[in-house]
Ligand binder design. Sequence first.
Ligand SMILES: [Mg+2]
Length: 117
Amino acid sequence: MKRVLIVDDSRVARRMLKNMLETSGYEVVAEAINGKEGFELYKKLSPDVVTMDITMPELNGLEALAQIREFDPDAKVIVISAAGQDEKQKEALGLGAFKFITKPYENEDILNAIKEC
Ligand SMILES: [Mg+2]
C-alpha cells in the first residue's frame, strides 16, 4: 500500500484529498500546511508519493519540490495546482515533478497518477 504525504495550505483541499485517498485504500501518512513543513515531513517519513499544492506561505510548492528532489532524486511528487499556469507546469516538470494535475481535478486523475508512481 502506498504511503502518501499531502502538502496544501488549504484545510478543505487537504481533507478532500485525504478522504478520497483513504477511500481508495491509500495511507495518508501526514499532511503539511506549507512547503517547508512538507520538506521536513518528507525527510522524516519518506512517503512513496507526495501531492503538492503550489501557492502556499513560507515555502511554495515548486521550491519544496526542488528541495525534495535534491534530497531524494527518486521522489515521486504530483503537483496539483490551478489551471492556466503553463509556465508553472513547465517549471514543475523541469524540477522533476512526476505529474502536473490542474484543479479542479477528477479523482481518477490523481488515483491514476499515484498508481503510475
Ligand atoms: Mg494553496
